[in-house]
Ligand binder design. Sequence first.
Ligand SMILES: Cc1cc2nc3c(=O)[nH]c(=O)nc-3n(C[C@H](O)[C@H](O)[C@H](O)COP(=O)(O)OP(=O)(O)OC[C@H]3O[C@@H](n4cnc5c(N)ncnc54)[C@H](O)[C@@H]3O)c2cc1C
Length: 591
Amino acid sequence: APAKTPNITLANDSFDYVIVGGGLTGLTVASRLSENPSIKVLVIEGGQDNHNDPRVYDVRTYGQAFESDLDYNMTSTPISWRNGTKLPMAAGKTLGGSGSINGASWTKGPKTQYDLLPVLIGDESWGWDGLNQYMLGAEHFYAPSKELKSKGADYDGHKHGFSGPVQVSFAQGMFGSIQQPALNASQQLWGLDIIDDAASGIVNGATTIPNMVQPDVSQNRSSPYTAYILGEPKQRDNLVILTGHRVVEISWRNTCAEEDPDCVLTADGVYYQTSRNSERLFVKAIREVLLAAGAMQSPQLLELSGVGDPAILKKARVPVKKTLMGVGKNLQEQTKNTITYTPKSDDLEGSGPSSAIAFPNVHQLVGNSSSDVYAETVAGLASYAAELEAKGLVANGTATHEILRYQVANLFNQSEAAAEIFFTLATATDTSAATVGADLWNLIVLARGTIHISSNNSFDLPTVEPSYFGHPLDLQLQTLATKQAHEVYSTAPLVDMVTECVLPASIPADYAGWETFVKNTFTSVWHPIATLSMMKEEMGGVVDNKLKVYGISNVRVVDASVLPVQLSAHLSSSLYGIAEKAAVMIREDQK
Ligand SMILES: Cc1cc2nc3c(=O)[nH]c(=O)nc-3n(C[C@H](O)[C@H](O)[C@H](O)COP(=O)(O)OP(=O)(O)OC[C@H]3O[C@@H](n4cnc5c(N)ncnc54)[C@H](O)[C@@H]3O)c2cc1C
């Protein structure tokens, strides 16, 4: 049954807050704001409630939701060197959003990467110490059993939350098999330390991670919906979740002349529809409209509502209400490659999900020449950043240069994790033998991309240009990570556990061959962020330190769009933290 399909005519109703998108961040904020019974909250969600569908609740079905009815089926722009192939950009079209179809891995980035946020926004509370409080507040961690500990599960009890809604535990079906040998081989090859906990603010190392799953044998997904809504919040009279409806435009109470930058817009509510040709309905927001449609569709909605770069809006025949040059720019999306092998034994000693990860740093990947690569990269950054602005990929080249310098220094001087090598295991099925391998990606991309509208109709999904390998270092790190992940599989004790390499079908002879393999077979990682960045306005930011859109009095963005820089992490923990912090700031403004 759907979460709530009210037969009420919302058109005659109004809500204190209208939340656009019932995904990971939207449901978090909805749950927190509606704790106050006198505050009326509406969530409008494009997908349906599918929490009883195994593609959602069983994390071992990972991937089955992609390119299905549970996915928006967006794609990248054509890849020139792959005959114009467009790559799938998975994004959950279901209650809980991408949080209901994701891999459920629970990790955090290094402390030093969060500590860039205060520099960009001028507010200390967004650094690791400030934000981590909220990440901890979202989490309910369960210590592993003896049996799981013997398979490698470990943790630091001081680095977890124990009373939040998101269930974080080591999955009961945790694999044995190659997992620990893969981490041992990673130690040999890269000189990595074993780190007991990838949620501690230290990430460079080899580790076994927990998942967002129930701690019992069901190990069902702890989704944004089951964690934050199902149960008591669902019964609240002041919370309405309308599924199967798409918000198509924000309506404004006033108009601003295009040439008047000081004019402040105020949202009146939103228009929404069930389908392209259905009636256009309106609902009023008494206090605020909160955008939580994700990093691809929140910028789309702002642009459709007349807020953004006038050149983009005019091309799509949308009247300009507010010029804001950063909307839809600064996208930071990573690239993923996969290698696979045949294990000697089909018995993987578990049912999954996979949970062994190696996080080498740039020196471990690049080796002796890392200081040359650093010097060369730094020397080229100013002209690279200027080029990004000239191409319309960022709003401010000078500010982007500063940010890139920080990111490169973080990789080379602080030696934070540069790549993730996620060891994968897939059990045998009726039609296929078991496989093992790795999914791997460079974490801190220097590329910047865009997400923009190409028409004035919300049902035409936005154009996503990730600018894959936009900077040479991105391709170099991806190639080295792929080549060296293969070398891990040739290193003891892992080498003794596999018979043959399946992918690549023929092993490249040299670096150039690996680069070709990388470029021909990579996919997206599906961690898009930063398209409505929280940064100072003069840096090209779109939202301020309270997540309010510049030049608009009552629209905040609470989703992945606001995270201004990529993290050496899976994103959910950080986004739950951002959403929890958002709810507190929104409540403070009610006074
Ligand atoms: C395939 C995949 C695997 C991932 N694996 C992991 C992982 O293992 N660990 C991890 O930590 N993170 C993972 N992530 C990342 C994480 O799930 C996302 O970063 C996170 O869900 C983003 O949260 P969000 O609230 O910004 O967007 P979402 O959770 O995607 O929510 C956006 C919601 O808005 C709705 N919506 C969009 N447009 C409209 C509109 N116009 N009107 C109404 N509703 C709308 C959507 O239907 C959706 O429900 C993964 C992501 C993907 C896609």
